[in-house]
Design a protein around this ligand. Structure first.
Ligand SMILES: [Zn+2]
Ligand SMILES: [Zn+2]
Ligand SMILES: [Zn+2]
Length: 242
């Protein structure tokens, strides 16, 4: 936001929290730095967050807004070599098609991003350094998308359905970041009431809503939320005190 060619109240807002780039998070923990999704705004976000190094990139799913910055990992490749990238099978299938040139051994011209592809499976934890990462499947329209759990923190965006099994996998969280695209229900995302209903079942200590569109204005609408739930915003830093 603002949305192209829109003159609504949110798109015209002066509040920096109503200026939103595409959804993505950076995790710094136990000496590791992990990026979830190389959004189509990745370059701008990486410069703003002063990213100097990434241990790994995790992909939630292969939609344009979450992966079209992938080519911009090249400066990190030039400095540090190939980047471990984690994604599920449908995401790899689409990444290999959309970024065909990356995977062509005889590609001529231009510096290529260098990836070390890793496949992730629902509920099959893997480690990045000392951090245990658990991929948990959620449903985005018809597409299986990966929510990632890191200890007592989880990131679940681009979904309109969470299975009982994944709800079980999300118990005991300090922090949950959850999809909430607008007030009304949406065919592939959660509307606000649906997000709040899932938060009641998952019971994190704190929840932050993300992937918000211009229906929701940060300050005007924050009063609609329960005490432990907030709208996230660009540049938000969540510190786990434990
Ligand atoms: Zn608007
Ligand atoms: Zn998205
Ligand atoms: Zn999506």
């Amino acid at each position: 936001m603002p949305s192209i060619a829109c003159d609504c109240e949110t798109c015209l807002s002066d509040d920096p929290r109503d200026k939103r780039l595409r959804a993505s998070i950076l995790i710094e923990h136990e000496g590791k730095t992990i990026l979830v999704d190389t959004s189509s705004d990745f370059r701008q976000q990486a410069l703003r967050a002063k990213i100097k190094f990434l241990d790994a990139v995790l992909i939630t799913h292969c939609h344009v807004d979450h992966v079209f910055g992938l080519d911009d990992i090249r400066p990190l490749n030039f400095k540090y070599g190939a980047m471990p990238v984690y994604a599920n099978e449908p995401a790899w299938r689409d990444l290999r098609r959309i970024f065909k040139y990356i995977f062509e051994p005889n590609h001529v011209g231009g510096g290529l991003p260098q990836l070390i592809p890793h496949m992730v499976y629902n509920n099959a934890p893997f480690s990045i350094g000392d951090i245990e990462v658990t991929p948990l499947e959620v449903i985005h329209g018809k597409l299986p998308v990966i929510a990632y759990r890191f200890n007592d923190f989880a990131y679940a965006t681009d979904l309109n359905f969470i299975s009982d099994e994944t709800i079980d996998g999300l118990q005991g969280l300090d922090v949950l970041i959850l999809d909430c695209v607008r007030f009304r229900p949406h065919p592939t995302h959660l509307g606000l009431d649906e997000s709040l209903a899932y938060i009641e079942r998952i019971k994190p200590k704190r929840a932050f809503l993300t992937h918000i569109n211009h229906d929701i204005m940060h300050t005007r609408d924050s009063k609609l939320l329960p005490e432990n739930v907030e709208f996230s915003y660009d540049g938000l830093v969540v510190i786990d005190k434990d």
